[in-house]
Design a protein around this ligand. Structure first.
Ligand code: G3H
Length: 195
């Protein structure tokens, strides 16, 4: 069997404020998650030969990975969906300032591209090189962002574009994806860490 691990970054200061985008630091709860995740990984996965960690280049994933003892690679391709002109706004502010855009996104979340930003489709194309690598990797943990993880999980679990932007990716939870080499099936397990 082959196993891949995924986690969102711990709660960030922007998550607390309900803002999208940005490059915020972790909140105090987010830092607690980083400690719990490091303890979990260092005690269970860290001893697996070849275990490694991939994060985005944004502070919140790097801070989440900081205390994990494993080789780390930081990739721009794993950065969060670019929300363009809406960067730094809350969903309420987006609905107020850009009502037509807000409705268009609700109408077709997969294809909707933020002005001066990205769509889920753009993001899926951006993460393709990471997906190509993941398809032959074992024992990698990817610490990234909600939209990015939705793209990776959709591709690995064969979810269609209607489902992709709504895949449930809870905070403070390790998502463990195991592939059965013989049968070709795979199994996703959610492991919430109590902080
Ligand atoms: O803006 C990035 C968020 O993590 C994605 O959430 O696509 O559900 O708005 P959303």
């Amino acid at each position: 069997n082959r196993t891949l691990y995924f986690s969102r970054h711990g709660e960030s200061e922007y998550n607390v404020l309900g803002k999208v985008g940005g490059d915020a630091d972790l909140s105090s709860r987010g830092r607690q998650y980083a400690d719990c995740l490091a303890e979990y990984v260092n005690s269970t996965l860290g001893s697996i030969p070849g275990f490694k960690l991939w994060t985005s280049c944004l502070k919140r994933t790097i801070q989440t990975a900081k205390n994990i003892k494993a080789p780390q690679e930081h990739m721009e391709a794993l950065n969060e969906l670019d929300t363009g002109v809406c960067d730094g706004l809350t969903y309420e502010e987006i609905a107020e300032r850009y009502p037509i855009e807000f409705a268009a996104r609700d109408d077709d979340k997969f294809h909707y591209r933020y002005p001066e930003g990205e769509s889920y489709l753009d993001l899926l194309l951006r993460v393709q090189p990471v997906l190509d690598r993941l398809k032959v990797e074992d024992n990698v943990m990817v610490i990234a962002h909600q939209a990015v993880l939705r793209c990776l999980l959709a591709a690995l679990l064969n979810k269609d574009e209607k489902e992709l932007p709504y895949i449930h990716t809870p905070l403070h939870t390790v998502m463990q994806l195991s592939f059965n080499r013989a049968g070709g099936g795979c199994h996703l397990e959610l492991i919430p860490l109590s902080i």
